[in-house]
Each structure stands twice: as structure tokens, then as C-alpha cells.
Write a protein that binds this ligand. Structure first.
Ligand code: PLP
Length: 374
């Protein structure tokens, strides 16, 4: 830990101490989960326990879980290996969806950030070839939640397979893959306070996908490569803890709403993106006219607060974030947006520290004292 007030959980949620302990202990045990001796069998036990915990978190069957090396890899496998020539994805999907299939037809979202169901239906009806539809559960930048069950039902009417990137939602809101009716679901350990570099792809029917990574027969032939036993065990531990703490996580909305309220008191002209929509309880995304994202991120960093402009993957780029552009938000405003994302270790003191530091940045840039009394 750097000592910063960390409010960038949608980039990576720092691992919980129990996860770090489990990871270190199991890494110390060693063993290859494919080995037949006792050490190997113990490694296998860790992997299978984690599989059950990950499956339980998302309401999936344990044997539907394929462990991968990231959410990115899981998305690539779903998009590239489900045998569908035609892919339809929303305009606000993560790059790991968009770039996995750059031939995908992009379905627009409304100004509320929700997939335009009419446009999706048109795209589905445009060709007879059955498609794969990929829609995220919750957006990484705005936290806005999609009507995934409705989308899945619509897509299935046209014979499509449905993939849901639930990387940002898992461990933050309750998920039930069966009730959602999706065919594939992606999640990633480091977004739910597990280790980085471990992901999972849930596959309702294993016959609908082939391997993306070729080599050995691990993961019952669907993902080659020696299992990352300690990382997977850490993922399992993180999934169990997140599952138990879903109620507590929902409570973060109180802190998030307080933050938005106080920021609005300082600058009444802010736009809170997704206000009024169903969204993740931990995510605040707001734009302040005339206060560029970069200035805010850098100013807050200097003041000891870690937040981000948008997705970590777009860090360093100065153009308007495509997710906001897709929602029809003008570039001048979109380039003034920041994302503050809370998590398991966030306290009211962190929110106070953020608000004080943000007021300082705002005052410096706007050249006058701004106070709650304004
Ligand atoms: N999908 C979404 C919505 C994400 O936010 C991210 C990461 O930011 C990913 C996929 C990629 O996951 P990973 O970092 O495990 O590759």
C-alpha cells in the first residue's frame, strides 16, 4: 500500500488480507494440480474448492467454470471461440470485447447508457446467420447496469448465443447466471479483491465453445496451461468473501451518494453520469465543466488520493472516453469526467479526504474560493 486514499476499486480492488494469506500459504505448498501424488491432489483440491466458490458467486454450476488468466482472456475466448461468425456488441463494451472481434456490429446505447433494445433487435434481424451478442452487466466507467435478462431473452429469440461481461459486477451486486439466461459470463479476480492475472469464463453448455489457449488438456480441454493454483485459490477465497459481504457492499451507496452530494454543493454545475439509473453502489462518475479529467486526477494524486479519469486501460489518452461519447455526452464535458470507485476498505474518512482535496483542485482551477455555502 502506498498510503494513498485509494478510491479506484474499479481499476483493481486491493486484495483482502485473507486472500493474501491464502495465496501465500498455497503458493508455499507448491504442487501441480495435474500431478497424481498427494501434493498434486492437494493442489487440485484447492482449484476445485475455488471453482465451487466462484460458481456460487455468480449462480452458475461448478463445472461451467473455466479458469483463465484474466477477464480479457475470458472475453477473447467467448468472442472468438463460440463458433459464431456474426457478433453484436454494445458500443460501451470494454476494449477486450471490442478488440477481440473488431468485425462486431456495434449496438448503440441510449443517453441513459442502456443498450437500445430496438437497435439491438434490428441488428439481430438484419441477417439470418445466428449471432453472438455480448453485453456487459455493469459498465466499468459509469457503473450503469444493463437489463441483461431482457437482452438475453431477445437475443435467444433470434437464435443468438449471449455473453455477459460481468467483470465489474461480480462481488458488487448479486448475480445469477441461470436467472439471467446468458450462455457465457466473464469475471475477473482482481476486481473483487482477489489477485491480478486470474479470470474465469462460465460456460452454460461446454459444447458451445472451444479452447482459446492451446497446449495441455487442463480445464477439461478448454484452457491449456498449468493452473495458477495459488492465484485460483485466492480467487476462490475472494469470491467467498465477496459473496458473504454483498449486503455490506450495497451499503457503499450511502458513502457514494454522500460524496456526490458534497461535490455538487461545491460545484452545482457538475453532471453525475447515470444518476437515476440502476448502477453499481460503489461507482461515482461525474463531470465538472472547465475542470479537465487530467487536472483532477493529477491534483488529487498530489493530494494523496487515487482515482481515475475512466478505465485504467485508457489512462494516458487525452481523447474523450468512448463510453461517454457513446451516450451522446459532448466532448467538452466528457473530457472533464472522473471516476471515483469505492470498495471494501473505504471509510467515511476517505470520503472526507476526497471532498477536501477535490475542493482544493476545484478552487485552484476555477480561481476563486468555492465553499459549501455557495
Ligand atoms: N471487462 C471489464 C468491464 C473491465 O472493466 C475489465 C478491466 O478493467 C476487463 C473486462 C478486463 O479484465 P482483466 O483486467 O482481468 O483483464
Amino acid at each position: 500500500m502506498t498510503g494513498q486514499v485509494y478510491l479506484d476499486f474499479n481499476a483493481t480492488a486491493p486484495a483482502k488480507p485473507e486472500v493474501v494469506d491464502a495465496l501465500a500459504r498455497i503458493m508455499g505448498e507448491g504442487g501441480n494440480a495435474s500431478s497424481v501424488h498427494a501434493t498434486g491432489r492437494e493442489a487440485r483440491r484447492h482449484v476445485e474448492e475455488a471453482r465451487a466458490a466462484v460458481a456460487a458467486l455468480v449462480g452458475a454450476a461448478a463445472d461451467s467454470v473455466i479458469f483463465t488468466a484474466s477477464g480479457t482472456e475470458s472475453n477473447n475466448q467467448a468472442l472468438r471461440c463460440a463458433g459464431r461468425d456474426r457478433v453484436i456488441a454494445s458500443t460501451i463494451e470494454h476494449e477486450s470485447v471490442h478488440l477481440a472481434r473488431n468485425d462486431a456490429v456495434l449496438a448503440p446505447v441510449t443517453s441513459a447508457g442502456l443498450v437500445d433494445l430496438g437497435a439491438l433487435e434490428e441488428a439481430l434481424a438484419a441477417e439470418a446467420t445466428p449471432a453472438l451478442v455480448s453485453v456487459m452487466f455493469a459498465n466499468n466507467e459509469t457503473g450503469i447496469i444493463q437489463p441483461v435478462a431482457e437482452i438475453a431473452a431477445l437475443a435467444h429469440r433470434f437464435g443468438a448465443l449471449v455473453h455477459c461481461d460481468a467483470v465489474q459486477a461480480a462481488g458488487k451486486v448479486a448475480l445469477d447466471m441461470g436467472a439471467l439466461g446468458v450462455d457465457f459470463m466473464t469475471i475477473s479476480a482482481h476486481k473483487l479483491a482477489g489477485p491480478q492475472g486470474v479470470g474465469a469464463l462460465m460456460v452454460r453448455d461446454r459444447a458451445t465453445v472451444v479452447r482459446f489457449v492451446h497446449g495441455g488438456g487442463q480445464e477439461r480441454g478448454l484452457r491449456a496451461g498449468t493452473e495458477n493454483v495459488s492465484g485460483i485459490a485466492g480467487f476462490g477465497m475472494a469470491a467467498s468473501l465477496a459473496h458473504e459481504a454483498l449486503g455490506e457492499f450495497a451499503g457503499l451507496a450511502v458513502l457514494r451518494d454522500d460524496l456526490e452530494h458534497r461535490v455538487r454543493e461545491i460545484a452545482p454545475d457538475i453532471t453525475v453520469i447515470g444518476a437515476g439509473e440502476a448502477r453499481l453502489p460503489n461507482t461515482a462518475k461525474f463531470a465538472t465543466p472547465g475542470l479537465s479529467s487530467e487536472i483532477q486526477v493529477m491534483g488529487l494524486d498530489l493530494a494523496g488520493i487515487a482515482i481515475s479519469a475512466g478505465s485504467a486501460c485508457s489512462a494516458g489518452k487525452v481523447e474523450a472516453p468512448y463510453v461517454l461519447t457513446a451516450m451522446g455526452i459532448a466532448d467538452e464535458l466528457a473530457t472533464c469526467a472522473i471516476r471515483v470507485s469505492l470498495g471494501w476498505s473505504t471509510t467515511a474518512d476517505h470520503i472526507d479526504a476526497f471532498v477536501d482535496a477535490w475542493r482544493g483542485v476545484c478552487e485552484r482551477v476555477r480561481g476563486r474560493a468555492v465553499s459549501a455555502a455557495e
